[in-house]
Design a protein around this ligand. Structure first.
Ligand SMILES: O=C([O-])CC(=O)C(=O)O
Length: 166
């Protein structure tokens, strides 16, 4: 599958940018994982310092989708580690964007998916199972809905209401 380059997508979709159907996330995310470029339909998840639902979703078939986790920007624990990264890859997820932290960075960097997160933190999260799947989230200064499309590459991350063509 040919990849949509984020800079080119912004250059050639001025009207979508103007209408808000195409949005650019603030450049606050670090790049992890083997795939610097990835894209796919979005599955949203809102949690706070608790990753039980992260595991639940990554344990299901990804079918090329991207998991977008609104973790409230917490810098106090990790929502994703090496085991979950491998699980995501095994189940066919194309990438994970975390508004929060990850851990086991060396293992995640060996996984064949793309990962973006604010940073790394060695502490694991709570395991209570609190959170909401498939709800609208707000990360990187942008509202994101379940089912929208995400494109990430070395230049940044963009979200589109519908699939972009090259
Ligand atoms: O289970 C966790 O909290 C995350 C983790 O360390 C892993 O995925 O390896």
């Amino acid at each position: 599958m040919a990849l949509v380059a984020t800079a080119e997508a912004c250059d050639s979709n001025a009207s979508l940018l103007a209408s808000g159907d195409l949005r650019v996330l603030q450049p606050i995310f670090q790049i992890y994982g083997q795939c610097r470029s990835f894209s796919g339909p979005i599955v949203t998840l809102k949690v706070f310092e608790d990753n039980v639902l992260v595991r639940e979703l990554l344990n299901s078939r990804g079918d090329g989708k991207v998991l977008v986790i609104d973790g409230g920007g917490s810098m106090r624990c990790a929502l994703l580690g090496g085991n979950l990264g491998q699980l995501a890859h095994n189940n066919g997820w194309s990438g994970i964007v975390v508004d929060g932290c990850i851990r086991d960075v060396d293992e995640i960097n060996g996984c064949g998916i793309g990962v973006r997160a604010l940073g790394s933190h060695p502490l694991k999260s709570n395991k209570k199972g609190h959170g909401e799947k498939h709800v609208p989230v707000y990360i990187g200064g942008t509202f994101i809905q379940d089912g929208e499309w995400l494109y990430a590459d070395s230049d940044g991350i963009i979200v589109s209401k519908s699939e972009l063509s090259i």
